[in-house]
Design a protein around this ligand. Structure first.
Ligand SMILES: [Zn+2]
Length: 139
């Protein structure tokens, strides 16, 4: 898999699916237009949804069982890729995380100055500017 640009949107997600998929208390995830990401035809990444649609199609590495990339479609031609921050060669990426989402299901408190959004609906609302920003960002 290759990514043709550095991410400009990044967040922490404490939802139960991320906790399960990442095997960590929360995910540190970047958001990019899906067009910036190429997955080879013969990829061994295995894609699955962990909730009923609409849900992120999460791609896992079959060897290390860790998330590689997730794709979410928001509308015709509106697709985003969710990529773990650890995947970037400038690690951590230049872009700092902007918010903690789904904080209600956190496994532990986090001591930082970022906004912490507890509930499901509030997390979708708080995440929307990042989603829109990533969907319509120019390089
Ligand atoms: Zn999550």
């Amino acid at each position: 898999m290759s990514v043709d640009r550095e991410p400009r949107h990044r967040l922490y997600c404490h939802c139960s699916v991320c906790q399960r998929v990442y095997g960590q208390p929360y995910a540190d995830v970047t958001i990019l237009p899906a067009a910036a990401v190429s997955v080879p035809e013969n990829t061994r990444i295995t894609f699955d949804r962990y909730k009923s649609p609409p849900a992120i199609r999460r791609g896992m590495c079959p060897d290390c069982k860790t998330p590689v990339v997730g794709f979410m479609t928001y509308g015709p031609g509106l697709r985003l890729a969710y990529i773990p921050a650890t995947a970037f060669k400038t690690n951590p990426p230049e872009t700092k995380p902007m918010v903690h989402l789904f904080y209600k299901t956190r496994q532990a408190d986090v001591e930082d100055r970022l906004p912490k959004i507890a509930g499901t609906i509030a997390s979708f609302i708080a995440g929307t500017p990042l989603v829109l920003g990533a969907l319509f960002s120019r390089r």
